[in-house]
Design a binder for this molecule. Sequence first.
Ligand SMILES: [Zn+2]
Length: 92
Amino acid sequence: MNGVINYMEVLVEEHMEILLKESNSCTCDRCKSDIFALALNNLKPYYVVTQRGRVMTKLQMTEQQFDTDITIEVTRAIEQVKNNPAHNVTIL
Ligand SMILES: [Zn+2]
């Protein structure tokens, strides 16, 4: 649908970049994709219609509301991928 995005994806990606820097885990594309998918599966999607302007103010409030949950789920996903990385496993 035109202009509809899962804003949770944006928030998870932002948190992931920050949390990955703080952790000692691998940041290859495969691990990042796995962390991203794992975290998103444990979070509720948040669909928004993107329009320029005032929507962004509303989204910033949303970010504060979800901040703790996202941090918890992304941290958990990072640990999970760190303990069981897929980057050197060949999946047939
Ligand atoms: Zn990796």
